[in-house]
Design a protein around this ligand. Sequence first.
Ligand code: FAD
Length: 544
Amino acid sequence: MDIPARRRRLTAQRLAAREPRGEDLLNPSPARSTFDYLVVGGGTAGCVVAARLSADPAVTVCLLEAGGRARHPAMSVPLMNFITSGLPQHQWGYLTDPDRGLAGRSLRFVQARVLGGGSAINGMLYSRGDRDDFEAWACPDWRYQAVRPYFERAEARPGGIEISRGAALTPACELFLAATAAAGHRRLHDMNGEEAEGFGYFDYSIGRGRRSGTMDGYLRQAEERPNLTVMTGTQALKVRLEGGRAVGVQALRGGVVVELAARSEVVVCAGAINSPRLLMLSGLGPAEDLRALGIAVALDRPEVGGNLQNHTRQKLGFTTRRPITAYGLLAPTALVEAVAAYALRRRGALGRSVLTAGGLLRSSPQAEGPDIGVIFTPGLMTPGSGLGMLPRAHGFSLFVRNARPWSRGKVRLRSADPLEAPRIATGYFQDPRDMTALLGGLARVKAILAQSAMAEVIDRAQDPEPTAQSIARSASHAYHPVGTLRMGLDDDAVVDEQLRVRGVEGLRIADASVIPVIPKAGTNAPTIMIGERAAALIRGEAGA
Ligand SMILES: Cc1cc2nc3c(=O)[nH]c(=O)nc-3n(C[C@H](O)[C@H](O)[C@H](O)COP(=O)(O)OP(=O)(O)OC[C@H]3O[C@@H](n4cnc5c(N)ncnc54)[C@H](O)[C@@H]3O)c2cc1C
């Protein structure tokens, strides 16, 4: 489908109104328009793919990113994450469809729109996933032992991201972990081990007091290479297909529609919401839905956009009787000191995450494995936004999550307009096992808080006792979408184990959308690993 002239103009005006103004946009027509590889999306995985591919000086690589560069001074400051993760200039502003399982509520669905993607705005919890997570993918080439070398490559210095191990931020953290042990949960001293059931301090993608994302870790150095072109403020509108092969990308840049050609491959790394969106705009997807929107079908792939998974979560807040929480660090006077310590030596609370401790447990003795994730933060954030969210009293919060959700949602286009936000139907709690698991998990967390280490310091619960009804009215979600371009061995799976789109030559997907089953803890580290593996596959590395 070609964009009619009128829509082209409208599209250009609408994008121009909201696109970032960066040096990359001064010349809307790139000097070169044919590259060996076009990488669409400069997020967590896209930065890895572009950096690794361009290490070969014999090939040319172009990375297209719809967003701009992260310029807000707080972006690299770990503790400021509760503000920077919500900055409107760095995200797409998506909302989910009203969800039956959430009493008809729509939720904000933050998805990064900035170079570095999720790794530039996320919570920095670094979790590779354990053996069971990769077994669940049912892809022999992606089993735990097979993916491990790619995590190790990502974590090696120099060249990848920096990982640091957590520790108590305030005395409340140790009390919480003591209570988990007293309630019979295993203490983990390595949260990235082969088996992740148990509790401990998290690992972070933080290095020397700064966020470590894939823009800084991978792309920054690679950008100096003459064979890598990075175009920010450039939104791919569709992948161009000719004779069953991906030959290029049509994109909007500086208000102008540009055509870019790929000699070898187009690698789509636009994330689990925007990658299926781009494929559908390109005529690859569920044929009936595409025809209904007037999009010419290039290939009927019913699963494109389906199988959407995410972690739903219930927050619990408590005030404490003793001054053992982050209020001591973030109260106005202490904050001034913290800012000074950080500015001078990059030390202190600002260089840390408030999401300190947690782990995985089973919602019931019958559960096949851990199915509930728990995150403890020694801070009672105030509802609101920006600095207004800072704690106003001593207290702590817990996030209790469905680590292995059964419910599935889907991403669909609203129209053929490439700038219209997609529909995100999350389908949370559609499978009743998810509510049963969450209630079971909350009961087990209650048992942890009843242990003397915590019971002695808790003053008051901020929320009523959770029930299925109250959860539907108040549950929220992490921003961990996966699965919408599922990898698998079966013919229905959208991509094969080499991440190639079945039925199309020269088109690969390398981002969170290929993850067939959501890992129990986080999705950023597995997505970095996917970026590493994708580059190795494309480069034809032995054993990849
Ligand atoms: C607020 C937040 C907190 C999170 N916290 C954690 C955490 O603590 N731990 C954890 O493990 N995970 C966390 N995650 C999830 C994790 O960051 C993501 O799973 C990961 O970033 C996914 O990487 P990706 O490469 O698939 O997509 P992204 O990183 O989202 O990258 C996709 C990129 O493609 C660009 N793009 C999209 N469409 C187009 C187009 N048409 N043309 C050009 N560019 C396009 C986007 O602008 C974006 O930059 C969090 C995510 C968010 C948003």
